[in-house]
Ligand binder design. Structure first.
Ligand code: SF4
Length: 454
């Protein structure tokens, strides 16, 4: 795959004739425009993140099929099948580069790509599934016609012995060397005849997925080798910064401008903090009220969040001044702190309008002693987190659900479940940004407030 500056990509006939789900066996021989390199990868990342959320929420296989179908249509579909196929292949190989760089990244990518493949495979028709089996070079032949008819009686006995609710013989069986399915043989879930196991179509998916997973796992190791020995250095001015940013990229709106639901003033900030701030910001807000001080990380995290929820610069200065002067005095506040508040609003220095932090950045931060920034779901001790959730009014059942997600390191999902428990409504998009939490909460609360009398 050669990455070029913006110009027309050479179409590849090869990719058009591939099966509907490519197996990513070799890197594509095609030119890729630099902007596609990044945009395609971001779209695939949206799909993989959706899959990750679906799995973490414990969706059943059928629900996952539907979810994958929707995510794919939303982010990857193109009316031109060959364009879609190229996007599929390019995005996979770019993300392979992004996620080969550490064991943790590799593990996540391998699990999500495998799950995506599993459900895309399940959504294919029989012919397409057969093409995939053939493409992998798996020596499995579909049993058809007279051979299948001749086996129906014995296949029926196997199906009935499994105690299924509706024991029917499936329409498609594959003939697989029996030693390749030891688990199915050991649990007597297949018919064995003359050294072959007759694997039902619905069981084939696990064989194909195992093959896929092992191929991607090996490929990630090789890609990592290439990345560290050549690509990272060779591409240090062009692709390397994009690759390094992609694994932590936040994919939603930036919330740098306040919206209809984000407009707070000083007089109601305490009440709004209680009703609509996510736990990370509630904690910082309470700390600044209590200690009249916050270290740099906390000031940045809370300050930019407050800007995003519509606190005007004058109000922001008044808020920080009221607290900090209780501890450091007015002169020191003006000298050491007021500048950086104006700076965050783009009124000093390079006059950049700084963007509020997304969850991913907050979760990956590393608060030290005396710091209060970070994500409580990741950085609090279990006891502190339970106490904080209790103060938000979570029932013990709701709390256990949240703690389960925390134990599995699904911090954003833990926050989403907290949101759902607090407001009694589902949040299917999941929480990705503290300012999104705030806006969603305000929408709910304002829809419940009766209109003021005229
Ligand atoms: Fe804040 Fe995001 Fe953590 Fe929720 S998940 S507490 S919004 S950083």
């Amino acid at each position: 795959m050669e990455v070029i500056r913006s110009q027309k990509r050479t179409p590849s006939n090869d990719t058009v004739s591939n099966p509907k789900i490519p197996l990513y066996l070799t890197a594509p021989q095609m030119e890729v425009r630099l902007e596609e390199f990044e945009l395609f990868a971001i779209d695939r990342l949206r799909v993989l993140k959706g899959v990750s959320d679906g799995l973490a929420r414990g969706r059943n296989p059928k629900e996952m099929d539907d979810l994958v179908d929707t995510l794919w249509k939303e982010h990857m579909r193109d009316p031109d099948a060959s364009v879609m196929l190229n996007k599929d292949i390019i995005s996979h190989f770019v993300l392979r580069l992004v996620y080969c760089r550490s064991d943790e990244l590799k593990k996540w990518f391998l699990s999500m790509e495998t799950a995506l493949f599993r459900h895309r495979f399940r959504l294919q028709n029989f012919e397409a599934q057969r093409a995939i089996v053939g493409e992998f070079g798996l020596p499995y032949k579909a049993v058809t016609g007279a051979e299948l008819e001749g086996l129906k009686e014995r296949l029926g006995q196997v199906v009935r012995s499994l105690g299924q609710i509706s024991p029917t013989v499936e329409a498609v069986y594959y003939k697989v060397p029996f030693e390749e399915v030891p688990d199915l043989v050991a649990s007597r879930r297949v018919l064995i005849q003359k050294g072959f196991a007759f694997v039902a179509g619905s069981q084939l998916v696990s064989l194909v997925v195992t093959q896929f997973r092992s191929h991607i796992s090996k490929a990630l190791i090789l890609t990592n080798r290439k990345w560290t020995t050549t690509i990272r250095e060779r591409e240090k001015d062009r692709l390397t910064p994009i690759v390094e940013a992609l694994s932590t990229s936040y994919l939603g709106p930036d919330y740098s401008q306040s919206t209809e639901y984000a407009e707070i003033s000083l007089k109601d900030i305490d009440q709004v903090a209680k009703s609509s701030f996510p736990l990370c910001m509630r904690h910082l807000f309470e700390k600044v009220r209590e200690d009249h001080h916050l270290k740099h990380g906390g000031r940045m995290q809370l300050g930019l969040f407050l800007k995003g929820v519509g606190l005007k610069l004058d109000d922001a200065l008044a808020f920080w001044r009221a607290e900090f002067t209780k501890k450091v005095g007015s002169e020191r506040f003006d000298k050491e702190y007021a500048y950086s508040i104006r700076h965050n609003y783009g009124k000093e220095g390079k006059r950049t309008d700084y963007t509020p932090y997304a969850c991913q950045k907050i979760i990956l931060s590393a608060p030290g002693a005396g710091d209060h920034h970070g994500c409580p779901y990741r950085h609090f001790s279990e006891d502190n987190l339970r106490a904080a959730l209790g103060r938000m009014g979570l029932s013990s059942r709701g709390m256990e659900g949240v703690m389960d997600q925390v134990r599995n390191k699904h911090y954003q999902l833990a926050c989403t479940m907290t949101f759902e428990a607090v407001y009694g409504t589902s949040c299917d998009a999941g929480i990705n940004h503290p300012n999104q939490y705030f806006e969603e909460s305000q929408k709910i609360l304002k829809s419940k407030t009766p209109p003021a009398p005229v």
